[in-house]
Each structure stands twice: as C-alpha cells, then as structure tokens.
Design a protein around this ligand. Structure first.
Ligand code: IPE
Ligand code: IPE
Ligand code: MG
Length: 228
C-alpha cells in the first residue's frame, strides 16, 4: 500500500470491460458487471491511501452509439449502484456528485440521483461519477451559464468555477485502463496539467497494486507547469 496523499484528485477512464468479457467468451454486459465491482474496490482503495477526490468515467455522451441492449445493461447497473452508494460508499464519509447531462434521464432516475447527492452532501471526501458526461458539453454548459448571467467576457477562472468538478482541484493524475492513448472527451478543461497514466490492464482486472504502480509513477514525474 503506497501513500497517495501527494494526489488530491485522481480520475479514472474505466475502459476495457467489453474486451475483458470477450476474452472469456462472455457477452459485453458481463464485463460491465465485473467492472462495477472493480469500481467499488478501486474507489475504496484510493480513499484508503489518502486521496480525497476521485472522478470516474462510467458513461460518455458518445456511448449512446452502442447497441440498446448494452446501454440498458449499463443503466441497470447504474440504477443498482445509486442506492448502493448511500448504503456503502456514503458511509465512508464520501460525498457523491453525478457529473454529466441528466436531461435524457427519467424524472424518477434524476430524483434518485439527487437524493444520493443530498444524503451524502455533508461528507468530506468526494466521488464524481461521470454518467452521460462529455467534456465539450460541460464546457459549453459552463459558457452558456455565464452568458445567461449576462457576462460578455469570460475568464479561465469563470469556467473553472463552473465545470462540474469545481469543488475540487484539477485532477493530478488521470489513469486510463485498456491501453488506449486518448482522453475520449473526458475532463478536457481540467486535464490541462494532469499527469496521464495509461495501462494495458483491462478495467475489471484493475487492483490496488495497479493503483500503487500509477501513484509511484506519478511521484517520479516532474511537474513543471510550463516553468523550469
Ligand atoms: C468501458 O469499457 C465502459 C464504458 C465505456 C461504458 P468498454 O465497454 O468501452 O470496453 P472495451 O473498450 O470495449 O473493451
Ligand atoms: C471511454 O471509453 C468512456 C468511458 C470509459 C465511459 P470508450 O470505450 O467509450 O472510448 P473510445 O470509444 O475507445 O474512445
Ligand atoms: Mg472502450
């Protein structure tokens, strides 16, 4: 177990569930189920090593392109987790905040999401869960909010104060499992100076040891922010 306190905010692109299932000759949905269990383990592990804020990418604004059957399976897991969050994760002093565009969701789903956010709102640690999240949409929403307030000139601070993760510093480290070297529309504004760590490990196989490796690698990085 490494010390993770040098990281204030870690983010995960939880990729590779489908390939994990395919390797086992199982349907992709089986990989999402396994991935949801990994999610819980990894989130708990990160809090245990002292990281105070976590963002996970669960469903992107582009993931609607997938077959209906797979989308339904992902949302059915999400639906299960909403109540589970309060029961298990919220009890660990974790505040849950869902990030993304809720407008396509049913009123009932939105109400349940708000209920979790409300019930955990006094907790100190933060977990941002990206569901129908897209960074470009997030930036547009921030700017549109500023226009609605009557602003005609927008600063970097204005946008930073309006992105979904504004309660936390920008992520220090973004971990992507599944080996793809891209951000796939994740935290584009907040990642300006994030360290990136990409592993071939498929998300359902991710363990605390893999988190340790990412954190150790992070500690060896020289963050210059454009300086010397
Ligand atoms: C990530 O795993 C989870 C979601 C995008 C919902 P994938 O489903 O993208 O798995 P691969 O990349 O096809 O293996
Ligand atoms: C990114 O994974 C989105 C999530 C992990 C939720 P994708 O599998 O959708 O990304 P691409 O399509 O490989 O870029
Ligand atoms: Mg993928």
């Amino acid at each position: 177990m490494t010390d993770g306190t040098s990281i204030k905010h870690i983010a995960f692109i939880m990729d590779g569930n489908g390939r994990w299932a395919k390797k086992r000759h199982m349907p992709r949905e089986f990989g999402h189920k396994a991935g949801s269990e990994t999610f819980e383990n990894i989130v708990n592990y990160c809090y245990d090593i002292g990281i105070g804020a976590i963002t996970v990418y669960a469903f992107s604004t582009e993931n609607w392109k997938r077959p209906q059957k797979e989308i339904e399976a992902i949302f059915s897991l999400f639906s299960f987790y909403i109540d589970h969050y309060v029961e298990k994760i919220g009890k660990r002093n974790v505040r849950i905040i869902f990030i993304g565009d809720r407008s396509p969701f049913s009123a009932e789903l939105v109400r349940r999401m708000e209920n979790v956010e409300e019930k955990t709102s006094k907790n100190e640690r933060i977990l941002y869960v990206g569901i129908n999240y897209g960074a470009r949409a997030e930036i547009c929403a921030a700017v549109n909010g500023l226009i609605a307030e009557g602003k005609t000139n927008v600063t970097e601070e204005d946008i930073s104060a309006r992105v979904y993760t504004h309660l936390s510093p920008d992520p220090d480290l973004i971990v992507r499992t599944g080996g793809e070297y891209r951000l796939s529309n994740f935290l584009l504004w907040q990642s300006a100076y994030s360290e990136l760590y990409i592993t071939d490990t498929l998300w359902p196989d991710m363990t605390g040891d893999d988190v340790d490796k990412a954190v150790e690698e992070f500690k060896r990085r020289n963050r210059r922010y454009g300086g010397l």
